[in-house]
Every structure is written in structure tokens, then in C-alpha cells.
Write a new protein. Structure first.
Length: 149
């Protein structure tokens, strides 16, 4: 019986040491916001892919909420009209792709909250620029939330 207790204690100590040495980052509770860089077309034209803003809430040292929104370069939020020209759908394929990118914003945010780890959030095909904006903004926000030792 004494050997079992000693073995169990040794196992618990080993688990505590291993989890403590994992290099995990601790976060300070609060809400943190960050913005990605502006993404413009390769040709440098004014029309581009805009930027993304993330708002992350840390509670109990973990990510408890995340919102990710993308904007046009002029500050217009990308939403249900994103991909339309002058209020109507001129190119259905373009509009569908644009709306897929808008929907990916919520998926990225939800996946981050579910996993608690940015490295576990996968890019959505057709929304890779949004993914780049998301990862950039999240990295900055979490950097602000990091507990400095």
C-alpha cells in the first residue's frame, strides 16, 4: 500500500513539473484590442483587402471571448454588402467569395475561443488574407495581455 501511495505521489509530482515547464504563457484578465496592418493590392491600387480588428477577452487567464471584424481601407465594415457593386450583386462568384471571407471571421474567432491556441486555428480556403489579418491582430492583442515576469 505504501508503495502505491509513493508511486502515485511521484506521478503527480512529475505531472506538475512537466506542466509547469511547458513554457506556457499566462495572460492578465481583461479585454484587449488590436488591428492588423492594411492589406492593399499587389499593384498598390487604392482598392485592397483592408484590415482586421480583433477584440479578445481573457478571463481566468484563458481566452473566453473573441470578435474579429474586417474593414475596407476607408473604414467601412465588411458585412452583408461586401462584394456588391453599388448595392447590387454584379458578379455572383465574387460576391459569394467575399461573403465566404466575411463568414470566416466568425469561424476564426470561435475556433480561437474553443482551442485557446492561435496555432490551432486553421485558415479557411478563400479567406486566407482574413486569416493573415486575424493571426496578426490576435498575436498583437495576446502580446498586450501577456503577464510579464
Amino acid at each position: 500500500m505504501k508503495k502505491r501511495i509513493t508511486a502515485a505521489a511521484a506521478l503527480l509530482l512529475a505531472i506538475a513539473v512537466i506542466s509547469g515547464c511547458g513554457g506556457s504563457v499566462s495572460y492578465i484578465d481583461g479585454t484587449y484590442e488590436a488591428r492588423s496592418a492594411e492589406y492593399v493590392n499587389e499593384d498598390g491600387s487604392e482598392e485592397g483587402n483592408g484590415y482586421g480588428v480583433v477584440k479578445i477577452t481573457i478571463s481566468g487567464g484563458a481566452i473566453s471571448d473573441c470578435e474579429f471584424t474586417t474593414y475596407e481601407l476607408d473604414g467601412t465594415q465588411k458585412g452583408e454588402d461586401y462584394g456588391k457593386k453599388q448595392g447590387s450583386i454584379a458578379n455572383k462568384d465574387f460576391y459569394n467569395k467575399a461573403q465566404k471571407a466575411v463568414a470566416a471571421c466568425a469561424k476564426y474567432a470561435d475556433d480561437l475561443v474553443a482551442s485557446g491556441d492561435l496555432n490551432s486555428v486553421d485558415a479557411v480556403s478563400g479567406a486566407t488574407i482574413n486569416y493573415q489579418q486575424f493571426t496578426e491582430a490576435v498575436s498583437e492583442a495576446l502580446g498586450k495581455a501577456e503577464a510579464k515576469s
